[in-house]
Design a binder for this molecule. Sequence first.
Ligand code: SAM
Length: 212
Amino acid sequence: MTIDPQEDPMAFWEDFYLTKRTSSSGRATAALLRIAAGLQPGRALDLGASHGDDVIWLATQGWQVRGCDISETAVTRARVRAAALGLEQQAQFERCDLSVALPEGEFDLITALYLQSPVALAREAILRRAARRLRPGGHLLILSHAAAPPWSREATSSTIFPTLAEELAATGAPTSELEVVAAEVVRRPGRGPDGTEAMLEDNLVLVRRHAA
Ligand SMILES: C[S@@+](CC[C@H](N)C(=O)[O-])C[C@H]1O[C@@H](n2cnc3c(N)ncnc32)[C@H](O)[C@@H]1O
């Protein structure tokens, strides 16, 4: 499979959701479960929300959450799932192109979970803007694949895999306003489409805006 990095991002991700990822896993990201358990629920924003699993889980934990994604198909499926669970007030979704702008507002938690793409994505600028949108005491959680899983090297050959130092640099932290709560490479077990198992490495960065 060959991916043209110049391909239109909206067309690429629409096709991805129409032909490859056609349903939700229904599971929230394990690292989010761990980090959010230590936070006071408030207003949250998920960047690249896909089918909304993380947004919906946060909503069940008392957060008021907005999820945004470039794929209308993913956003529509996320809305339908939230409504089926009676969470349409707490878990809201919108189509957006984060390379252009973030949804309006300030947040107690902003998540960028595997916000990575084999086609154009202004990722560093997005993460830097996100760090500026934190309320006092708010957290930005970034989780990214540090390398391609063995079963998808070819399919993701154009995806950029950032280092931990690059992730941290993108947020701008540490500064007088932003502190680094965690910056580490974490390992987790993964299973490919053919059942192959492997330990995968993720970059995890958590920064916090100092309370006023
Ligand atoms: C690798 S997926 C990760 C999805 C989800 N956060 C997860 O953890 O499974 C990247 C997501 O970012 C979205 N995305 C890519 N480029 C985007 C952009 N410019 N603006 C908004 N969303 C974008 C894609 O549609 C896709 O849902």
